[in-house]
Design a protein around this ligand. Structure first.
Ligand SMILES: Nc1ncnc2c1ncn2[C@@H]1O[C@H](COP(=O)(O)OP(=O)(O)OP(=O)(O)O)[C@@H](O)[C@H]1O
Ligand SMILES: [Mg+2]
Length: 423
């Protein structure tokens, strides 16, 4: 019998299942020219073969066989996820429409009547092998695409974390500069008070030395008392009596300011608590405000209009970072003098914090871009555009959201919504 040569790239494998050895031999010899051929003389043997390592790309399945018939073999192939996608062509002497319908309904890709012309058999086989290869290629491509999507997703996550990290470092840098400035001032005058006190005590020791010498004189030399009086005037004892307690009080005040700054920093950073906790947001806002309110933000008047808030489940040090970013943005939007108002409130399940300023406001075309990483309208070197993007990620990780309303020239309000509970 003649046959067309099918165009096959690599040899596909075909499983021939037939209880008739003549059929097996005729079909087998014809197919072997183009494909690797496996044979099974019964349904049971066919099922054993498909469980093996070498899975056929196509099965030619006889229907009428003793023991397990082709329909049963087909049903079992379809029931097993490892074999259900192998295409099956029924090759049978059953020629009624109902038989063909039944075979196709069970999931066969084709139905060929015996006896058949070998070229027709080969043409059908070739078509289904090509289809199977195309399907396999699609599956491979899908798997590759899924892996690629997953890889990009992980890469995005990694970059996002890096962005958050750099924003954190930038924020710490900004904070450190503000804190250094705040600490520098009291430290400066405590240092200068200590050198004044040092001079005063040297004078006092000179006076005390003279007293000591006077006490050792018997009898006291006539001009000694006069010399003492002159020395007392020279060191200005009356002034020292007044100034020394002043200097000490002032230095104590300066040092308590430094202590307060450090306590506030500790609270702001919540050094001891990187865990979720129940927190009073007003405390978070206050400790952030204490750090925020330094020299560079003195052009803003901050007003608090706190409502009644329940404690909420959160990571306080992260929320402090959010409030700090919003406060810094508000202060930067106020050019000369202006107000920042912090309002709070809640409903049954969520709390909100508004940070409103009467600064320059936001242009409508910028409103949709505010939370994009690196979006900034500030001059080079003045902002990297990560404050809001980092704030939004933190709020999102708390299952909350940030809303913005703004009018150019009038000011902006950023509202942070947070759930009371994380359940
Ligand atoms: N309260 C505000 N008033 C006016 N514009 C604002 C306000 N808050 C944010 N913006 C605008 O949104 C932009 C992005 O803010 P974001 O905090 O993300 O970055 P940035 O402040 O520019 O830089 P960074 O915070 O990284 O130092 C700002 O450049 C500014 O144009
Ligand atoms: Mg900012």
């Amino acid at each position: 019998m003649e046959s067309e040569t099918p165009k096959t790239d690599s040899k596909a494998t075909i499983l021939l299942v037939d209880d008739d050895s003549i059929n097996l031999s005729v079909f087998g010899q014809c197919l072997m020219v183009h494909y690797a051929v496996l044979v099974a003389t019964s349904g049971t043997r066919a099922l054993e073969i498909v469980q093996g390592a070498l899975k056929p790309d196509l099965i030619l399945l006889d229907v009428m066989m003793p023991g397990m018939d082709g329909y049963e073999v087909m049903a079992q192939l379809k029931a097993n996820p490892a074999t259900r996608d192998i295409p099956v062509i029924f090759v049978t002497a059953l020629t009624s429409d109902q038989d063909e319908e039944r075979g196709l309904a069970l999931g066969a890709v084709d139905y060929i009547y015996k006896p058949c012309h070998l070229s027709i058999l080969l043409a059908r086989v070739r078509t289904h092998i090509e289809l199977k290869k195309a399907r396999d290629r699609l599956t491979d491509q899908n798997l590759y695409l899924e892996a690629e999507v997953e890889r990009r997703h992980l890469e995005n996550q990694r970059m996002h974390l890096q962005l958050l990290q750099s924003e954190k470092l930038a924020a710490i840098g900004q904070l450190a500069a503000g804190v250094a400035h705040e600490i520098n001032n009291p430290l400066g005058f405590v240092y200068s008070n200590l050198s004044s006190l040092n001079n005063y005590f040297q004078d006092l020791f000179v006076l005390l030395g003279a007293c000591e010498r006077l006490l050792g004189q018997h009898p006291v030399a006539p001009d000694a008392l006069q010399k003492m009086r002159e020395l007392k005037q020279q060191v200005d004892l009356d002034f020292l009596r007044q100034d020394i307690p002043d200097l000490i009080a002032e230095s104590k005040q300066g040092l308590s300011r430094v202590r307060d700054i450090i306590q506030n920093l500790n609270k702001y950073a919540q050094v001891d608590s990187a865990d979720w906790q129940l927190v009073d947001l007003h405390e978070c806002l206050d400790s952030t405000l204490n750090i925020f309110y330094n020299e560079s933000n003195k052009h803003c008047t901050v007003r608090k209009e706190y409502g009644t808030l329940p404690e909420i489940a959160c990571l306080p040090s992260q929320l402090n970072q959010v409030f700090m970013s919003l406060l810094m943005n508000a202060a930067q939007a106020i050019e000369t003098e202006g107000n920042i108002i912090i309002r709070t409130g809640c409903n049954d399940s969520r709390v909100w914090v508004d940070i409103a300023d009467n600064g320059q406001g936001i242009a409508p075309e910028h409103l949709t871009r505010l939370f994009e990483p690196f979006f900034t309208t500030r001059a080079v070197g003045q902002g990297i555009g990560l404050g809001l993007s980092a704030a939004e990620s933190i709020v999102r990780s708390h299952h909350g959201n940030i809303e913005v309303s703004s009018k150019l020239g009038e000011g902006s309000t950023f509202r942070v919504w947070l759930p009371i509970s994380q359940n």
